[in-house]
Design a protein around this ligand. Structure first.
Ligand SMILES: [Zn+2]
Length: 488
C-alpha cells in the first residue's frame, strides 16, 4: 500500500484491522468474513484464459474484478499468493492448432503473449504463478490414478476415462443442483469440455486420442494416449501450487457450472479435504443489453477499444465501476462518460500537485480519516465499488471547495495526494505522473491520424506523423492484426 510515513496514515492502517473484510460466498450464499487458513496469507485461485483467441472485454470484466479483489485483500493488510492458469490444451486449442496445421505451442503462443500485454494495459497486477496446463500433465495423470483406485473414475466404452458423479454425493453443492432430480441425465457421459445444466452427466477426465480429431496432439499415459479434460487441469494446478484447501477460488459466473462444480468433485474425492473455503463469481458483461457475439457485430476485444482511442485506464474504470455481482451493460456512451469522470479525478491530482504555498492552512486530519475509513468500509462490504467511488468524488468536491477558498496549502495538498494514492492502490486508474500521460496521449493521436492519412492516401502527412512518432522514441510495427505503437 502506498501510504507515506505520516502519523495519520500509520493510525489509519491500524484502524483497518478493526474492519472485517466480508465477501459473498457463492457456496453458502452469504457474505462471510475473510479469515485465511494460514495466518494472514490468502491463497487465491483464478481461472485464466483459454489461449485460442484474443480475450474479449467480457473476459476482462472478470480479470479486472479479480484484480480489484486482489488489491482490496492487500489493502486490508493481507499477503497473497494468486495462481491464474493458462488453458493451452482443450477442445478449442486443439481444433485451432489443427485448422492452422501447427503445433499446440506455436498456435497458443501469440494468444498467451497478447493476454499478458492486455492485462498490463489494464494495470492488472500480475499473479504470482501463471501455470500452463501442458506443464502439469503428470500431476493430472496422478490424480486420475487415485480416482481410479477409489472407484470414482472409470473407463467408458469409448476408451476415455470419466468421473462417476453418483460416487460423489455432494455433486451439485456449489451450483445448488439436486442430483436425484437429474437422474435421467446423470446416467449419460459427456466428453466435451463445455456443457450446460441441461446435460448434467459423468464428465471426462482423460480423453482418448483420436487421430482424425486430434492430429498428432496427445500425451502418453497408463490409460493410453490422450489428453486431460479441461476441468481436471484447474484442480491439478490449484492443488499443486496452493495446497489442497484454497482460501478463495474465483471465476466468471459461466464457469460456475459445470467447471467449478467438477473441480470440487475431482479435488475433494482425491484429497478428502474441502477444496475451497470461499467461492466468488463475476456476472456477465452485455453490450447495449445484448449478449456479445461476433454475429451481432457487438463483439469487442481490448484492442478494438484502443483502436477507437480509449485508454487502458478508461477501460479499466469502465469494467470496475459496476459491482461484480451485477450484469455490466457496456455502451460507448458510457465509456465516454467514464472518460470525463477520470479526467475530473486527474485534474484534481494535477491541481493539488501544483500547490506550492507554505502557509498554515486548514487542519484536515479528520477529513482524511473520515474519507479513508468510509472507502475501506465500502470495500469491506463485498467490494461495494459504487460506494467507494462516491467517497472519492465527495472528497474531490469538498477539497476543491477548500482550494477555491485558499484553505489548502502544500502540506494539506501532499496529505490529500497520499490519500488519493492509497485509494489508487485499489482502483489502479489514476495518473500521478501526468507528463508521461501527456506524451502517450499525443502519441496515440499521432498514430491514429497517421492511419487515417494512409487510408486517405495522404502520404506526406502520414510520413510527417511517422517522423513525429520516431522523434518521441516510438516506432510503428505492422502485425497481422494491424499496425501498433511500440517503444523503439
Ligand atoms: Zn478453472
Amino acid at each position: 500500500m502506498h501510504i507515506i510515513q505520516q502519523p495519520i496514515f500509520f493510525m489509519l492502517k491500524e484502524q483497518l484491522k478493526q474492519i472485517p473484510l466480508r465477501l459473498y460466498n457463492t457456496f453458502s450464499r452469504q457474505k462471510e468474513m475473510l479469515v485465511p487458513l494460514q495466518n494472514n496469507h490468502v491463497r487465491l485461485y483464478t481461472c485464466g484464459p483459454t489461449v485460442y483467441h484474443y480475450a474479449h472485454i467480457g473476459n476482462f470484466r472478470t480479470y479486472v474484478f479479480e484484480d480489484l479483489l486482489r488489491r482490496t485483500i492487500k489493502f486490508f493488510g493481507f499477503t497473497i499468493t494468486q495462481v491464474m492458469n493458462l488453458t493451452d490444451v482443450d477442445d478449442k486449442t486443439i481444433r485451432g492448432a489443427i485448422a492452422k496445421g501447427v503445433s499446440l505451442d506455436v498456435y497458443t503462443l501469440p494468444y498467451k503473449k497478447a493476454f499478458f500485454e492486455d492485462i498490463h494495459s489494464l494495470n492488472i497486477e500480475p499473479a504470482e504463478h501463471y501455470p500452463a496446463a501442458t506443464d502439469y500433465i503428470p500431476q493430472m495423470i496422478q490424480m486420475i490414478e487415485v480416482l481410479l483406485e477409489k472407484g470414482i473414475a472409470y473407463q467408458g466404452a469409448d476408451g476415455s476415462l470419466y468421473y462417476a458423479i453418483k460416487q460423489f454425493p455432494r455433486y451439485g453443492c456449489l451450483s445448488h443442483l439436486h442430483l436425484e432430480e437429474l437422474q435421467a441425465g446423470a446416467s449419460e457421459r459427456v466428453s466435451n469440455d463445455e456443457y450446460d445444466k441441461e446435460n448434467v452427466a459423468d464428465f471426462v477426465l482423460w480423453k482418448k486420442y483420436d487421430p482424425t480429431r486430434d492430429g498428432t496432439i496427445y500425451w502418453e499415459s497408463p490409460f493410453g494416449p490422450g489428453r486431460p479434460g479441461w476441468h481436471l487441469e484447474c484442480s491439478a494446478m490449484a492443488m499443486n501450487l496452493l495446497g489442497e484447501t484454497l482460501d478463495i477460488h474465483v471465476g466468471g459466473v459461466d464457469n460456475l457450472f459445470p467447471h467449478h462444480e467438477n473441480e470440487i468433485a475431482q479435488s475433494e474425492a482425491y484429497s478428502g479435504c474441502t477444496f475451497v473455503k470461499l467461492w466468488m463469481h463475476a456476472e456477465h458483461l452485455v453490450v447495449d443489453h445484448k449478449k456479445m457475439s461476433k454475429s451481432l457485430g457487438n463483439f469487442y476485444t481490448l484492442r478494438d477499444l484502443f483502436d477507437k482511442g480509449f485508454t487502458g485506464a478508461q477501460v479499466r474504470y469502465m469494467l470496475l465501476q459496476t459491482h461484480y455481482k451485477t450484469q455490466l451493460n457496456f455502451t460507448f456512451q458510457g465509456l465516454e462518460g467514464i472518460k470525463s469522470a477520470l479526467q475530473r479525478l486527474n485534474d484534481f491530482i494535477q491541481r493539488l500537485s501544483q500547490i506550492e504555498t507554505d502557509l498554515p492552512g486548514k487542519h484536515i486530519d479528520s477529513l482524511i480519516q473520515e474519507a479513508f475509513l468510509q472507502f475501506a468500509r465500502a470495500l469491506a462490504d463485498d467490494l461495494n465499488i459504487s460506494a467507494a467511488l462516491a467517497v472519492v468524488f465527495d472528497l474531490v468536491r469538498e477539497v476543491n471547495f477548500l482550494c477555491d477558498s485558499h484553505q489548502i496549502h502544500r502540506l494539506q495538498a501532499q496529505q490529500i495526494l497520499e490519500l488519493m494514492k492509497a485509494f489508487d492502490s485499489v482502483l489502479g486508474v489514476l495518473s500521478f505522473n501526468q507528463q508521461e500521460e501527456q506524451i502517450s496521449q499525443e502519441l496515440r493521436e499521432a498514430f491514429e491520424n497517421r492511419l487515417k492519412a494512409r487510408q486517405e492516401k495522404n502520404w506526406k502527412l502520414a510520413d510527417e506523423l511517422r517522423d513525429f512518432i520516431h522523434q518521441r522514441g516510438y516506432m510503428i510495427e505492422d502485425t497481422p492484426q494491424g499496425a501498433r505503437l511500440k517503444k523503439a
